[in-house]
Design a protein around this ligand. Structure first.
Ligand SMILES: Cc1cc2nc3c(=O)[nH]c(=O)nc-3n(C[C@H](O)[C@H](O)[C@H](O)COP(=O)(O)OP(=O)(O)OC[C@H]3O[C@@H](n4cnc5c(N)ncnc54)[C@H](O)[C@@H]3O)c2cc1C
Length: 429
């Protein structure tokens, strides 16, 4: 029997850093941020860049412990909610403005990686959306929708070109999103934390916030060994629910998703991929993958309301991998893990305030790298400059998810969509 895969490639290859000490005793801050994922870190850095340095960031575990240190590393425009639905809900001008926030965020991520010299294996070579189905209509429609309503251009990849880049008979044609990239997500988070800390933000890891309440005109935040008094508080706890505000927590459905990393493939990687772009496919429950610098292949997919052991993740994802690349039969999987995404019922981020100095940024779903950066920028400029652009998200409020029943609905909808894709695949033969 082979040994179980180790838990996280990202943790195993994390940039070493001096851990941020846990909060001890009482302190004061103008702004306190709870959660050391991208949403919290981008907000902290956005504040520091605007000259507001009296900021404390509190993280229960380590920076990037949550989804931000476990994800696929794809950085691209858009949200979990599809572009067609966004257009129907918002109308062209608002949908386009919301979408633009994320393409600007892709550029800001690029800039931050360069400006702060963050060593995160950035590969600025786009993302391919590969068609699982013979029928090109879905791709054509999306390409046209993006061009017409969002002013975004994705390049058409005919079958022969796609198959030159990706050596599989599984796909037919594809779209190439040039303005996208991929990176080592945990090292990106560690780099953001370092950049914020070097500008005066006080970061405390291993600091679980267990109580948040009003104290006169300010907020009091209690942790195991300390407390913070702050004028403003930002809750950025994603799917790792903070348990601090019922209204905020119950608007989230934490959903698990899985990732694994193969052994270094050497020349075998070239038998699968002749591109450094990241790839995902056109099904609802899509596979996504990308080559890593040491010739490993990172492979992700599936969503579930259940967490799974590394061996369980390996078993499921290896089946998916071999359906696309049968030439990798027998490949060893060195790492496998899961992470929690935070979903809202409306599938859009929840960026808001209760107008008493409490802010939140959550529900980035499985499409969070660019939107968390956009959210951090909106909140930082709201707090620092009174900018009210965050109100563009006003219609995506804290709708209840009705856990645990919401899980049944989410799982049923996933299975339904998955079975539709399965039938379509069978029909196409
Ligand atoms: C496996 C996986 C693959 C994904 N792939 C992609 C991808 O390729 N591209 C993409 O765009 N998006 C992807 N996503 C989504 C993306 O990672 C998330 O949307 C994003 O990281 C969310 O960031 P966040 O800051 O909101 O939450 P998180 O990163 O989850 O951070 C929340 C933090 O809050 C902390 N916390 C919670 N409660 C407390 C408390 N009481 N006190 C102190 N701290 C607390 C937690 O410990 C945690 O570190 C993926 C997600 C997963 C799980």
């Amino acid at each position: 029997m082979t040994s179980s895969p180790a838990v996280s490639y990202y943790r195993a290859t994390a940039t070493p850093y001096e851990p941020f000490a846990a909060l001890q005793g009482k302190t004061d801050a103008r702004i306190a941020i709870i959660g050391g994922g991208y949403a919290g870190l981008h907000t902290a850095l956005g504040l520091a860049e605007r000259g507001i340095r009296d900021v404390v960031l509190l993280e229960r575990e380590q920076v990037g412990f949550g989804a931000s240190g476990r994800n696929g590393g794809f950085v691209f425009g858009g949200y979990s909610l599809g572009e067609q639905s966004l257009l129907e809900q918002q109308g062209e001008a608002s949908a386009r403005a919301l979408f633009r926030l994320t393409t600007e965020a892709v550029a800001r991520i690029r800039r931050r990686v360069a400006q702060y010299a963050i060593p995160c294996d950035i590969v600025d070579e786009g993302v391919i959306w590969a068609n699982w189905f013979r029928d090109p209509a879905v791709l054509r429609q999306r390409q046209e929708l993006l061009a017409r309503h969002y002013n975004v251009s994705w390049e058409w990849l005919p079958q022969h070109e796609l198959r030159e880049r990706i050596h599989t008979q599984r796909y037919f044609d594809g779209l190439y999103e040039r303005d996208a990239l991929h990176l080592h997500p945990l090292n990106f988070a560690i780099g953001l934390a370092g950049a914020a800390a070097s500008q005066g933000v006080r970061i405390h890891e291993h600091t679980d916030v267990w109580k948040l309440h009003r104290d006169g005109l300010r907020w009091r935040i209690e942790t195991a060994q300390g407390a913070v008094h702050a004028d403003q508080v930002v809750l950025a706890c994603g799917g790792y629910l903070a348990g601090l505000r019922r209204q905020v927590d119950r608007a989230i459905l934490p959903i698990a998703t899985y990732v694994m990393v193969t052994e270094p493939l050497g020349d075998r990687l070239g038998e699968c991929l002749r591109t450094r772009s990241a790839v995902y496919d056109s099904r609802f429950a899509f596979d996504y993958y990308r080559p890593l610098p040491d010739t490993r292949l990172l492979w992700g997919g599936r969503i579930s309301v259940r967490d799974r052991s590394p061996r369980g993740v390996q078993r499921l994802l290896t089946q998916d991998l071999l359906r696309v690349f049968p030439q990798l039969k027998g490949v060893r999987v060195d790492y496998a893990w899961s992470g929690l995404m935070s979903y809202a019922r409306h599938q859009m981020p929840q960026i808001g305030s209760s107008h008493d100095g409490l802010w939140w940024a959550q529900a980035f779903g499985g499409h969070g790298l660019a939107p968390t950066c956009a959210a951090g920028d909106l909140l930082a400029s709201a707090i620092a400059e009174g900018d009210d652009r965050w109100k563009q998200f006003a219609s995506y409020g804290l709708a209840r998810t009705y856990r645990p029943f919401g899980y049944l609905g989410a799982q049923a909808s996933y299975w339904w969509q998955q079975s539709k894709d399965w039938f379509k695949t069978r029909l196409e033969g």
